[in-house]
Design a protein. Structure first.
Length: 222
C-alpha cells in the first residue's frame, strides 16, 4: 500500500484529502506544520509527500530542502501561491510537481499516479519510450522512423523521458544541458523544444507529449 504524508495547515483540506486518499486504498498520515512533517517523514518513511507551501512555522520550500537532504521520494506541492516564481522555487528545491489551489481531486490523483509510476519504473522500462508515432531507445540513442536528433536534443529529451509526468523546470534543464551560466537563456530551450516537437509530435503546433508549463518548464506526457 502506497503511504502518503499530507502536509497542510488547513484542517478541512487535510480531512478531505485523507478521506479521498484512503477511499482509494492509500495509507495516509497528516501534519499541520513543517517541523511535524519533517519528523513524521523521518519516522514513517512515506512513499510520497503532498506539501502546502504556506505553513505556520517553516516555508514549504525549506521543508523540501529538508527532505531532499536525505530522501528522493516524490513531493507534490499543493499551494494557494499561484505566482510562477513560487512554483519555480519549489521545483528548483526538488519538488516533483505543483498543483495550485483550488484544485480538483481528480487532477491531484492523476498527478499522484504519474509520480508513483515514475518512481516504480525500472531502468529497462525507461530505456524504450513511445513518443507519438515514434519509439525512442535511450540506450542505443535511436528513434524509429529514421529520425535524427542532435546531442543537445538528446540531452533535453532524455531529461524529460526519464521523468514521465513530472514537471521539469527550465532552470534544471538549462543547468544540466548548458551549465549554470545559461540559466536565464530560456530562448535556447524554446528553440530546441520546437525542433523536438517538429521531429516527434504528430502535430507540432498542438503537442500531446512534450508539454509546456508556461513560465515554469516542460513535462513529458506518456
Amino acid at each position: 500500500m502506497t503511504r502518503i504524508l499530507v502536509v497542510d495547515d488547513e484542517p478541512q483540506i487535510l480531512r478531505a484529502l485523507r478521506i479521498n486518499l484512503v477511499a482509494r486504498h492509500y495509507e495516509v498520515a497528516v501534519a499541520q506544520d513543517g517541523g511535524t512533517a519533517l519528523r513524521e517523514a523521518a519516522d514513517w518513511h512515506p512513499d510520497l509527500v503532498i506539501l502546502d507551501l504556506g505553513l505556520p512555522d517553516l516555508d514549504g520550500v525549506d521543508v523540501i530542502h529538508g527532505l531532499r537532504g536525505w530522501t528522493t521520494i516524490p513531493i507534490i506541492v499543493l499551494s494557494g501561491r499561484a505566482g510562477n516564481q513560487d512554483k519555480v522555487d519549489a521545483l528548483d528545491a526538488g519538488a516533483d510537481d505543483y498543483v495550485t489551489k483550488p484544485f480538483g481531486i481528480d487532477e491531484l490523483l492523476a498527478r499522484i499516479r504519474a509520480v508513483t509510476r515514475r518512481t516504480t519504473l525500472h531502468e529497462s522500462e525507461l530505456a524504450r519510450v513511445k513518443v507519438g508515432d515514434h519509439l525512442v531507445d535511450l540506450t542505443s540513442k535511436t528513434v524509429s522512423g529514421d529520425v535524427r536528433l542532435t546531442p543537445t536534443e538528446w540531452h533535453i529529451l532524455e531529461l524529460l523521458l526519464r521523468n514521465p509526468g513530472k514537471l521539469v523546470s527550465q532552470r534544471q534543464i538549462l543547468t544540466e544541458v548548458w551549465g549554470v551560466k545559461y540559466v536565464k537563456e530560456t530562448h535556447y530551450l524554446r528553440q530546441y523544444m520546437a525542433q523536438l516537437r517538429r521531429k516527434l509530435e504528430p502535430d507540432a503546433a498542438h503537442p500531446a507529449h512534450l508539454i509546456t508549463e508556461p513560465g515554469m518548464g516542460y513535462r513529458f506526457q506518456p
